[in-house]
Design a protein around this ligand. Sequence first.
Ligand code: 5GP
Ligand code: MN
Ligand code: MN
Length: 472
Amino acid sequence: QGYTVLKDGINRWCIPKFGKMRVDAVIYVNDTLKELLYEDQSLKQLVNAASLPGVVEPVIGMPDIHEGFGLPIGGVMAIDEGGVISAGAVGYDINCGVRLLRTSLEAAYFNKELLSKLIERIEYYVPTGIGKKGKHKGITRVIFDDVVHRGVEAVIKAGFGKKSDLEYIEENGGLSGADLSAVSKEAQERGEEQLGTLGGGNHFIEIQRVDSILDEKLARQFGLFKGQIVVMIHTGSRGFGHQIATDYTKILWEAAKKYGIEVPEKGLAAAPIDSKEGKAYYKAMAAAVNFAFSNRQIIMFDVMKAFEDVLKKSSESMGFQLVYDVAHNIAKWEIHGGRRLLVHRKGATRALPAGHPQNPSVYMNSGHPALIPGSMGTGSYVVVGTEKAAETFYSVNHGAGRRLSRNKAKKISKEEFEKAMGDVVYNVRSYKDIADESPLAYKDVEEVVSVLEKREITIPVARFVPLAVVKG
Ligand code: 5GP
Ligand code: MN
Ligand code: MN
C-alpha cells in the first residue's frame, strides 16, 4: 500500500507521513483489533485525509475504526483556520449521536411481558424505519424553522421537555451559525416531515440495565446505580442531514476544483473554510446538527410518554432525567493547544476531562459523560475523558464499530442471530431485516473500550446491558 504502520506506545500505532501526506496518521488499537485494519480501506482513507490543506497533526483513527465514505468511521481530523472543511469528514448522518436517560426504576421488576409492552408503546409514538414521517401534528413550518436555527430550545418552547434539559446536551442543544438559506428545498421538505422519527437500521431506542459500576464517584455524579433502568437513544438528522451531505459533497467537489485543492477522493470533497461554499456548508451542517439534537429531544419525550402509559406513573415519579446527549458526526470549532481548530469527528465522540471550560456546568467537576453503545446483544458504556485525551483532541470511540460489512452480516443464520440476542426483547418481526445489525456484526465492545482505557485516555464509569430494543 506504500505506507508503514509503526508501534508508537501502548495501543497506539503511527503511519509516518509520506508522499502527499502533510501530517502523520495515528490509530488506537490493540494487537487483536489491529488485524482488522487490513480487511478494509480505512488506513488508506486516513492517509488520504492527512493530505488535506490545513490538517493538524495527527489524523486519528479510533479503536472502532472501519471504512466509510471519505474519512473512515472512527476518524478525527482537526483543521486549522486557514484550511478546509469537508462534508464527507462529518458523514451522511450529520449529528448522529446518542442520548442517555436515567430513571429511579429497578430493573428487577421488568419482566419480558412488561418490556414487550414498553417497546410496543414506544413504537406507537416513534415512527421507525427509513423514510418514515413524524407523527406530531404540532410541528409546523414555523416550529421547524425555529428548531433548525436555535435547536432544542425551540422544541422545548413547543412543549417537548423542560428548560433544564439544555444543560445536559452538547452545545446546549444548539450550534450557532445555522442558516436555512444554505439548505436546499429538497432537504427542507425531507426535514420537515421527519422530525421525531428514529430512522433505519443502526438507529435504536434501547431499554438497558446498569450491569456494573466501574467508577463509584463518577457514577454517583451521573446519577447511575447498579440495577437501574436507563434508556439509550441513537439517531441523527434523518433525511434532512442526508440530503445536505449529498448536496454539499457535490458542491464542495466542484469548489475544490475551482480553488485548486487536490482532493484524493470524492468522499473527502472539501473547500476552504472561509470560501463561499465552505461557509455555506457550515451553515447547513449546523442546521442539521440542531435538527438532530431536537429529534432526540422529541424522541425522549415520546419514550417518557410510553413509560407513563404502560406503568401508569408520571415521568417525574419514575425519576426520568436526561444524563447527556452527545454527537458523533460533527465538525466544531474548538481550542486545542491554544489554537482554534475545526475538529471533524466522524463516528467519534467528544470527551472533555474534568475542569475543561467547555464542559456543561453540571459536569464541570467530573467531565461530561461520553456514550459508547456496543450492540443490541452485548454491553454499552459510559466513560469520561482524561487530561491525556488531549492527544486525541479530546475524542473517544463512538461504539464498538462494525466488524462485518452489511452484506457479509446478512449471511448470519437465524440460529446464530438468536443465540447472540439471548433474552433481549426486540421489535423486529423478521430476523432477516436486522441480521446486519446482529451483535455478531460488531466488534467486541469490551476489547474496543479497553484500548483507550489502557492508554489512560478514558475512565469507564458504568456498563449497561440491553433488556429490550426498538430497532430502526
Ligand atoms: P453508528 O453510528 O456507527 O451506526 O453506530 C454506533 C455504534 O452503535 C456501533 O458502532 C455499534 O457498536 C453500536 N450499536 C449499533 N446498534 C446497536 C444497538 O442496537 N444497541 C446498542 N446498544 N448499540 C448498537
Ligand atoms: Mn446515524
Ligand atoms: Mn450513529
